[in-house]
Design a protein around this ligand. Structure first.
Ligand code: FAD
Length: 417
């Protein structure tokens, strides 16, 4: 039986632009056939790497550098990078996926970026026009923010998490916030909701109780305030990874639909079949698709089923959904400085189709372009937003910004979600 390995073992963020978005037909639906025919037509290769994100490209590059034989990378989408997706539109450069190198020089990407053209300076919080507003346009009590911000630091320090090892990470906030913030119960509730959405944004969770406090303890303590964007876009990293992989060894738009990993007739090789019914026989397979993808597709993808210890782990992992909204104007309508707008919901009375907006706790100018605001949407709200038409999402965001700021918000010139 061929060695069968998964290298992408921890990925809690599932991005809205990948093809597993809710409600869409999957390109692998309906791929059935005769394994003998596929074996006969299969191209033989030493290694197939499934997935052309940062992990897959790193795997392929490393294998090629170490002369591992014939290596082929198969990527489902029509571009490489996966959850790294830099968008260039006219003068704009925005990141739809990963945006930051966090943690300063402790992060290996930091030194790589320095070599490959550099990073922009860290974000300077003082330069922003900071506002905390209620969802219906009043100024919110800034001391609620101070308590929330102090807990974001305190609940990240290992000793503070020990009492919560048998519960969820969110419990640390639920216990501490109400006794630290002195206000009417409804005000406390509003700030707790804001804090919950803040944690979801940072942790990539759907619910702050989904992250275990015990595991939160295991993260390396990096200086998370040191956030730097790649000077020429995060995809500089992707271009660097791919440059040593010959184009003939990369196939995009080739989702792997079937992995037969224990076939008697395959002489110890793994048989892979793509959505275009192209077949490959590989001695080794490296799988770098996200855990979200594996959770959703493993039943139809693997024959025989994955070993039970893999399935137990997959089933035990709770995944969050994180989407990004980017909305820009030719001129910033809010004023001259970059905006950092925090939103505290006191009333939850939006129409149901707009209820996904409750998960946005902040609109903030992107580092490169003051006139482009970015917001993160998580969990069920993200799924609701993904299923709405783009124009409707855009109009809802504009109406929301008008309500919250009380300012005139012109139609945006740029919108991505
Ligand atoms: C909104 C968002 C913001 C983020 N911000 C940051 C940040 O600021 N800094 C940071 O360091 N990280 C950030 N991350 C995390 C970072 O983007 C990911 O950790 C990283 O890109 C994951 O790389 P990967 O190769 O493991 O997975 P992916 O990038 O998901 O790559 C997996 C690839 O496999 C492909 N694939 C899936 N199924 C198949 C199949 N059946 N056949 C073939 N190919 C398949 C997918 O299309 C994809 O290209 C962010 C993530 C998100 C979603």
């Amino acid at each position: 039986m061929a060695l069968f390995r998964e290298i992408s073992c921890f990925a809690f963020l599932v991005l809205g632009f990948i093809f597993e978005a809710a409600g869409e037909d999957h390109p692998c639906d309906g791929i059935i056939g005769d394994t003998n025919n596929w074996i006969r037509s299969a191209r033989r290769t030493n290694v197939v790497v499934i997935g052309g994100g940062a992990a897959g490209l790193t795997a392929a590059k490393t294998l090629i550098q170490n002369q591992a034989g014939d290596v082929l990378l198969l990527e489902a989408q029509d571009y490489l990078g996966g959850r790294v997706k830099t968008i260039r539109e006219g003068p704009l450069l925005v990141e739809e996926g990963a945006g930051w190198i966090s943690g300063g020089s402790a992060n290996p990407l930091f030194n790589l970026a320095k070599r490959l053209g550099g990073m922009n300076s860290p974000v300077r919080k003082e330069s922003y026009d900071w506002r905390a507003k209620t969802s219906n346009g009043r100024n919110a009590d800034p001391s609620g923010f101070d308590v929330a911000a102090s807990l974001m630091e305190e609940c990240d320090v290992d000793p503070a998490l020990v009492p919560y090892h048998s519960t969820g990470y969110g419990r640390c906030f639920l216990d501490k916030f109400p006794v630290r913030y002195f206000a009417a119960p409804s005000e406390k509730e509003a700030w707790l909701h804001y804090l919950h959405m803040w944690v979801n944004k940072e942790a990539g969770t759907n619910d702050w109780m989904d992250k275990s406090a015990r595991d939160a303890d295991h993260f390396t303590e990096w200086d998370m305030a040191d956030l730097r964007p790649w000077r020429r876009g995060f995809d500089t990293f992707i271009q660097y990874l791919r440059q040593e992989i010959p184009a003939s060894q990369i196939k995009t738009s080739s989702p792997v639909c079937k992995v037969f990993w224990d076939l008697d007739d395959a002489e110890g090789s793994v048989l892979l079949v793509t959505s275009a019914r192209e077949a490959y026989l590989a001695d080794y397979v490296v799988i770098t698709t996200s855990v979200g993808h594996l959770k959703e597709r493993h039943r139809s993808m693997f024959e025989p089923a994955l070993p039970s210890e893999y399935l137990d782990t997959l089933n035990g992992v709770e995944l969050g959904v994180t989407d990004k909204i980017l909305i820009g104007w030719n001129e910033p309508w809010w004023g001259k400085r970059p905006l950092d707008l925090h939103i505290i919901f006191q009333d939850f009375n939006l129409p149901s189709e707009e209820s996904w907006l409750y998960s946005i706790m902040e609109f903030v100018s992107t580092q490169r372009h003051d006139n482009v605001l970015q917001a993160v949407v998580t969990g069920e709200s993200a799924k609701l937003m993904e299923n709405l038409p783009e124009e409707e999402v855009k109009n809802q965001v504009v109406r929301h910004l008008k309500r919250v700021t009380g300012q005139n918000v012109p139609p945006p010139s740029f919108f991505r979600r």
